[in-house]
Every structure is written in C-alpha cells, then in structure tokens.
Design a protein around this ligand. Structure first.
Ligand SMILES: *Cc1c(COP(=O)(O)O)cnc(C)c1O
Length: 403
C-alpha cells in the first residue's frame, strides 16, 4: 500500500507517483517471454520520459525507442547505450537525421521513400553508412481507439509492402544505407492478439521475399502497443504475445525488438490531486480538484477512462459526480458520472494508470506549472522532478519583454 496522504503532505499536490518495482516486474515479464531468442526491449520513452525513469530501465538492460532527437539525447543521458537506441517517427528533419547518424544509434526507422533519400544524402555528406529499418504499414485494424491506431493505410505511419520492398532494394544498392531491420507498430492499447499475429505474418513473409533477393535483415521490430488494464479489460499475456510473434518466424534467425511504453509504466503511476470544492449546478454534482487537463490530458483527449480512488474519512453512499479541474475549458475533466462518496476539502483523489502518457502530455496551459514527479522503491520515496515555479514558466519570455 502506498501512503498517498504522507506523500501528498511531503511533496504537495498535484503529484505524480511512480512505483519502480512495478516497472521492473513488467520489464522482466516481457523480457522473459522472449527467452530462447535474442531480444531487445526498447522502452518507448515517450510514454514516460523522466530521466530517472529512463535510467531505471537503462539499468535493467533496456534499449530505447525514440521519436525525436530530444528523446535520443534523453536516452543517452540516462545511460542507454547508442547501440540499443532506435529512432522512429514520420517527420524527422535533417538535423535530427544527421545527429542520429553521428551518434551511431542502432538504426533509424524510415517511414517514407522521401525520408530514405534524405537519410542516404545526409549519410553521404557525413561519409558514413547509416543503419536503417523500414516501418511497414501492414494495413491491419488493431481494434483500438482510432486516435491510437497506426497500422491502417488510412494512418500516416509507415509504407505499404510494395513500397517497402522497393525501398529495401534501393537501400541495398546504396553505399550509404545498411538495411538491418524491419518494423511495424499497428497501434496502442492492443488487447487482441489476432491483429498482431496477422501483422507479424505479413511482415515475416516480406522478410522471406527479401531473403530470396539476398537482403538479410537482423532485427524484427514488432513495435509496442501491448494493452494494459485501465478498468477490467481482458489483456494479452506477454507469454502469449511472444509466442504469437515467434510463431511467425519459423526458420528466420532474427533478433526481436519490442517497443513497449504503456505496458511498462502505465500501471506503475498514480496522479494524486486534492479536492478543492464540491459544487452543484442544477442536478449535476461536481468535485473540483487542484489537478487539471494540463497535468493529465488523456480523459480530455481520448475520453480515456482512469480508475479514481478517493482517500477520505467519509464513507457515505457514493453519488455520481464529474471530477473537474480549474482550467477554463469544459473539456477539463478526469471523469464524468463517477461514483464517489461526499468529499471534504483537502481529501485526495488518486487517479490510477497514470504512469504512461500522463506527465509527458502535460502543458503549461493557463500558466499552470507542471506537477512534481516522485518515484518510490519499496518504502523509499524520492523526488525526480521538482514542481515548476512561476519563474520557470516565464523565463524564456522575460528577456524579450519590451517597455
Ligand atoms: C508510441 C509508440 C510505441 C509505444 O506504444 P505503447 O502503446 O505505449 O506501447 C512504440 N513504438 C512506436 C513507433 C510508437 O510510436
């Protein structure tokens, strides 16, 4: 049991709390599922990019999946070796590509023909060869939320199979490109195995047809997306996930690369916020808390469900309330029609599953400083990002202020 009251008292609210032991257990379970094969778990650091969290995974031997050069720098700074870092994303600019090649990361995940040309041209300027992987869009419906679905031709990600094949041939013929991997990532919060299996089969077939023309890849990058329980969803067991993927690779000797984000961190994290007021407009009851959409955007952005626990001495009958923050938007809520007992000022609400796509999607909207972040390891708690002050928020503008 985490003593949220004591943590809120010591560090203030709103507050992010991350349980490192939980993250370790998730990492180990997934790593174990792929045993018997060479595998790299490349933590998708956009899920939770706090340096101390990334370092925690670095110490466990994790690699990093990055979607900007900023994330590549973060991964390196946190101690992830370059040879375990990959760089994905549909819109890498020249400077990002250059730095990735100079830093000699494991490979760049290329997402279009035009990008392949840029990578080749920049590698040539640098007089180096760049390791690449191509992101294939297998046109599979992952059966998840449309905003986090990425593996359909309607989505902006990756290239179709014929294009991928053409690109591999171009890469093989280029002195400056070294095609080492193949990548797919069909979406996030996947709770069904069948789409993953189908996508892996399509991509494995492409690997075989490339072998036939003498293009030998080393890495089979299956993306991330493993779903977690926010409520009572049925989720995929890591063992079954690994078996489904490995089952498509008969007679192929490839290192598995897997890019989980949410699976590793979401349920290790809690967002703790304090009750300010209760109010009622007509029949509608609201609980106003000190956290807001600028701290945790998922309910506003995706209408995402998060379990919310009240820490209060009241134990009356729950009523249905909307839990809302102070930001001036009707979309600023954590839950609607959520059953909670009557609350007093300064009671705490703990929003669960907040360890992924929580803090990182935060903003300073309404000139609100971002929350503090702490991690816990057993009974030890440690600050890993201090609360932002007003001075932090204005420092990049102040020097430009004219009389
Ligand atoms: C976002 C993303 C991930 C991680 O997704 P999760 O759902 O958090 O596991 C992995 N790979 C790529 C390319 C991504 O864009």
């Amino acid at each position: 049991m985490i003593d949220f009251k004591a943590l809120a008292k010591k560090y203030g609210t709103p507050l992010y709390v991350y349980d490192l032991h939980y993250m370790s257990a998730q990492y180990k379970e997934l790593k174990e599922a792929f045993k018997g094969r060479k595998s790299i778990i490349a933590y998708a650091i956009k899920a939770n990019s706090n340096l101390s969290i990334v370092r925690h995974f670095a110490k466990m031997g994790s690699g990093a999946d990055c979607v900007s050069i900023g994330e590549v720098r973060r991964a390196l700074l946190a101690g992830i070796p370059a040879y375990k870092i990959i760089f994905s994303g549909v819109g890498k600019n020249d400077e990002e590509i250059r730095e990735a090649i100079e830093k000699d990361i494991l490979y760049i995940n290329v997402e279009s023909e035009a990008e392949l040309q840029r990578v080749a041209a920049i590698a040539e300027e640098l007089g180096k060869s760049s390791r690449i992987s191509i992101r294939v869009n297998p046109n599979i419906d992952p059966q998840t939320h449309p905003y986090i679905s990425t593996g359909l031709h309607d989505n902006k990600f990756g290239v179709d199979i014929p294009t991928a094949k053409r690109m591999y041939i171009q890469a093989k013929n280029s002195e400056y490109l070294d095609p080492v991997g193949i990548h797919f990532h069909i979406g996030s919060q996947l709770t069904q195995l069948q789409p993953i299996r189908e996508a892996a089969e399509i991509v494995a077939d492409l690997i075989r047809s490339l072998q036939a023309i003498d293009i030998e890849l080393k890495f089979f990058d299956v993306g991330g997306g493993l779903g977690i329980k926010y409520d009572n969803e049925e989720t995929i067991k890591p063992y079954d996930y690994a078996q489904a993927i490995l089952g498509t690779l008969t007679a192929l000797d490839l290192t598995i690369l897997c890019e989980p984000g949410r699976f590793l961190t979401a349920n290790a994290g809690y967002f703790v916020t304090k009750v300010l007021y209760e109010k009622q407009n007509g029949e509608k009851k609201f609980v106003v808390v000190d956290g807001a959409m600028n701290d945790l955007l998922r309910p506003s952005l995706y209408n995402a469900y998060h379990k919310i626990e009240a820490i209060t001495d009241n134990n009356g009958e729950p009523r249905e309330v909307d839990i809302v923050g102070p930001v001036c938007e009707s979309g600023d809520f954590f839950a609607k029609n959520y059953p909670l007992p009557t609350l007093n000022r300064n009671d705490l609400l703990v929003v669960h599953s907040a360890g992924a796509y929580g803090f990182g999607m935060g903003s300073n909207y309404n000139t609100r400083g971002r929350s503090a972040e702490i991690c816990i390891e057993g009974s030890e708690a440690r600050l890993i990002r201090r609360r932002e002050s007003f001075e932090d928020l204005i420092c990049l503008e102040q020097e430009f202020l004219v009389e």
